[in-house]
Design a protein around this ligand. Structure first.
Ligand code: FMN
Length: 164
């Protein structure tokens, strides 16, 4: 698959089949995340892969809980504050890392949804996940085989983004 096709055709998926992606596929997605650029190449990310009961329990922390319940996998993405050098740039690197994972998953025939609303309850979620206090939740990515037709997607016209 061409990068240009993955960028344009990937859509957020919120309904999934019950089929569980193989660990190999999940690891490829995580590895794609780890190939993202980061300032000083500090790679300030950590991942936690949730399945089954632990993943189900995450659903109650977001109004997008139905997507969490439907997906067989949820990947929690953290900023590793033990590796940060500049908060703003480190958070940008996390965004690049997440986008890499979404695109890799798409190429592998998997659907994803980047969940940010769950951060409204970040502290509670971090407690639930029992992660080290250095790790700050940045997003949850739902992952699995799509069980919905992807929409065509829409974006504003390019000229609206270009400053004169
Ligand atoms: C930072 C961020 C936070 C998001 N949070 C949520 C979320 O909490 N729930 C959700 O269903 N989608 C969430 N999304 C997905 C967006 O709604 C989606 O990317 C956007 O509508 C464009 O649709 P597309 O991904 O299908 O192209 C988030 C996306 C980003 C980048």
């Amino acid at each position: 698959m061409k990068v240009q096709d993955a960028i344009r055709q990937r859509r957020s998926i919120r309904e999934y089949t019950e089929k569980i992606p193989a660990d190999e596929k999940i690891n490829k997605v995580l590895e794609a995340g780890s190939w993202a650029p980061s300032g000083l190449n500090n790679q300030p990310w950590k991942f936690k892969v949730l399945k089954a009961d632990k993943k189900e329990g995450l659903a109650k922390f977001t109004k997008y809980g139905d997507a969490v319940k439907s997906a067989p996998i949820a990947i929690c993405v953290f900023l590793d504050n033990g590796r940060t050098y500049n908060r703003e740039k480190d958070i940008m690197a996390i965004g690049a890392c997440i986008q890499n994972m979404l695109l890799e998953a798409y190429e592998a025939g998997l659907g994803t949804c980047w969940l940010g609303e769950i951060l409204n309850r970040r502290k509670e979620v971090e407690k639930y996940l029992e992660t080290d206090s250095d790790y700050e939740l940045m997003a949850v990515i739902t992952l699995g085989y799509p069980d919905e037709e992807a929409t065509k997607g829409c974006r504003r016209a390019l000229k609206g983004f270009i400053l004169k």
